[in-house]
Ligand binder design. Structure first.
Ligand SMILES: [Ca+2]
Ligand SMILES: [Ca+2]
Ligand SMILES: [Ca+2]
Length: 169
């Protein structure tokens, strides 16, 4: 069972993915997310978003109605502890898409554009970025991002830096 903390954490991501705000994730939400990324000139992130939908649907939509609820997402998240390689795989795909200039690290600006496009509004990420930059070198390395991503999706520790990988909630 997901803890109350995990539910709160995942609910924030769920709301960001539920673009039309009807309380369900459907293909249309992911198409809207992909359009938002494509509209900012980042086709790789658009492709990542479109790729998430069939995976999420196959893993979570137990009643096969083409809609995914928060509870269904939480059941998937519950099982992620047993699938570390799947979590690392999504981290790698995400990292490569966020690293727009392909220099092998996520800059402050690349991170801000991730969060702003993800949430569909301007967000001040200056306060949260240093919490994520574990070695304090001013960038998120692939190793740092993978650790943060794994903490977010598989972890249940409110004090883990990865709690903030999608920004503050
Ligand atoms: Ca929706
Ligand atoms: Ca970069
Ligand atoms: Ca770093």
């Amino acid at each position: 069972m997901a803890s109350g903390f995990q539910r709160r954490k995942i609910a924030g991501v769920f709301d960001a993915m539920d673009v039309d705000g009807d309380g369900f994730l459907q293909e249309a939400d992911f198409i809207a997310l992909a359009k938002r990324w494509a509209g900012t000139g980042r086709p790789r992130m658009a492709a990542v978003m479109l790729g998430w939908w069939p995976v999420l649907l196959a893993a979570s939509d137990l009643d096969r109605d083409g809609k995914v609820t928060l509870d269904e997402v939480l059941r998937v998240v519950d099982g992620l502890g047993e699938m570390p390689e799947a979590v690392v795989g999504t981290a790698t795909a995400m990292f490569e898409a966020v690293d727009e200039d392909g220099d092998g690290s996520i800059s402050v600006g690349e991170y801000r554009r991730l969060i702003e496009t993800w949430s569909g509004r301007p967000v001040d990420t200056d306060e949260v970025f240093p919490l994520l930059d574990l070695d304090g070198d001013g960038h998120l390395s692939a190793e740092e991002f993978t650790r943060l991503w794994t903490e977010f999706w598989s972890g249940d520790d409110p004090d883990a830096p990865g709690t903030w990988v999608f920004g503050r909630f």
